[in-house]
Design a protein around this ligand. Structure first.
Ligand code: ADP
Length: 417
């Protein structure tokens, strides 16, 4: 099979029954197309592709030039079938390589890597730490390998950014052999997003990343926050798994681990059932009773729905507390950054969090916040009245772009030295 080398990167984010993909020109920050294959392994597997405007000045998140209806994939289509169809639809796109989001890289991967047999074995060895995600990520890698064996592939890890944390931040106070034999420690996630957003924050603030002290809150369906000091992660709210920390759409975040024994004795629940409930039937969903989607929760709360109000209050309480806690790992705060679905789009959540963080010198600019900071270089707080060195803390909204980050890493690693 011949391989056309070029300047575009196919970015793949493979889930247990889906493959999200994007074709990106990382040099120009241009998204050529993206799409989603979903319901893989079922009778209703489908593929949807949308092509973006390729105007030279187009923003990476510009409106799609054309929305394509979902096309059926063969019933029972696998990841490999989906990837084969995606590659086929790309036609003769000049591909430099394929970049994959991989959720768990354990302690082995501190940065993105070119995929080879050893890397695949290592990703497989971390399956017990990410039993749903790593097998799906591997399925994507193996599908590309089978169909385009000559195409260089790169693995980009959600955990890698946090490998700079000190033992004081990553060790749990549990028996040492749990860590030494079983890898029980805090790893942290959303690292691809944090790396992208940190770099954008430095650009927007016009200051070198190595001098900045940031707290970034990635608030999507999964939610976490990180403290970034001199460009590296020093602490984060997620831990061994993406269940620790903040309240999320359907995940509980922190609970007392004592509840496992308590519910086993009191309600005869198994570890498996409790774990599943904490991951899929908790969070905003459980508290609000209206769903796991922040838009629905906010709308219901605004109409006086008491449970939805409580869900919002718990979400904000825990988030503000976590942000303040993370600031203790920095010796000052330069910027608090909001990103991902809720962070980028919810003035309500941002405003409520900022109202709790006045003691950090943050005062909401209501019109900038309502406008998501779009006319103020991302800024949603009022500028300090007196000049200071270093400048006073501010809050920013910065749209994340994990796919572009993966495409950039891929282009860098596949380029001949
Ligand atoms: P994922 O983690 O799956 O990538 P996203 O980053 O897209 O998720 O975030 C999804 C979350 O963002 C959902 O809770 C959704 O309700 C929320 N969201 C999206 N738009 C808005 C909005 N306008 N206001 C409040 N929340 C929003």
């Amino acid at each position: 099979m011949t391989q056309t080398s070029g300047d575009q990167v196919l970015v793949l984010n493979s889930g247990s029954s889906s493959v999200k993909f994007a074709l990106i020109n990382p040099g120009r920050g241009e998204r050529v197309l993206d799409g989603l294959a979903e319901r893989l392994g079922t009778q209703d597997a489908t593929l949807r592709i949308r092509r973006h405007s390729t105007e030279p000045d187009a923003e990476p998140d510009a409106e799609p030039a054309g929305e394509h209806a979902a096309e059926p994939l063969p019933p029972g289509a696998t990841h490999r079938d989906a990837v084969a169809t995606i590659l086929d639809r790309l036609g003769d796109a000049p591909l430099a390589g394929a970049g994959h989001r991989v959720v768990h890289g354990g302690e082995r991967f501190t940065a993105s890597v070119l995929v080879d047999d050893d890397v695949i074995d290592d990703i497989r060895s971390f399956i017990p730490l990410a039993p749903l995600q790593n097998p799906a990520n591997l399925a994507g890698i193996e599908a590309v390998r089978a169909i385009r064996p000559d195409l260089p592939q790169v693995a980009v890890f959600d955990t890698a950014f946090h490998q700079t944390m000190a033992p004081s931040a990553y060790r749990y106070a549990v028996p040492g052999e749990w860590y030494e034999r079983h890898g029980v420690r805090r790893y942290g996630f959303h690292g691809i997003s944090y790396r992208y957003v940190s770099a954008r924050a430095a650009e927007l603030l016009g200051r070198p990343l190595r001098d900045l002290r940031l707290v970034i809150a990635h608030l999507g369906n999964g939610c976490s926050a990180v403290a970034v000091r001199d460009g590296v992660s020093v602490d984060t709210t997620m831990g061994l798994t993406p269940l620790e920390g903040l309240v999320m759409g359907s995940r509980s975040g922190d609970v007392d681990p004592g509840l496992f024994g308590y519910l086993a004795a009191k309600a005869n629940l198994t570890v498996e059932t409790i774990t599943n409930e904490l991951n899929t039937r908790s969070g905003l969903l459980a508290l609000s009773g209206v769903g796991n989607d922040m838009r629905a929760v906010q709308d219901a709360a605004a109409q006086g729905h008491e449970q939805a109000r409580l869900a919002l209050d718990v979400f904000v309480h825990r988030l503000a507390k976590a942000i303040a806690g993370l600031v203790t790992t920095l010796d000052r705060l330069d910027a608090l950054v909001f990103t991902a679905g809720i962070g980028e789009n919810s003035p309500v959540v941002r405003s409520a969090v900022l109202a709790r963080l006045g003691f950090l010198g943050l005062t909401e600019d209501p019109s900038a916040n309502a406008n998501h900071g779009r006319s103020t270089n991302g800024r949603i707080t009022l500028p300090a009245t007196l000049p200071a060195t270093p400048p006073a803390a501010q809050a920013l909204v910065i749209p994340t772009d994990e796919e572009l980050m993966i495409a950039r890493d891929t282009a860098r690693l596949v380029a001949p030295a």
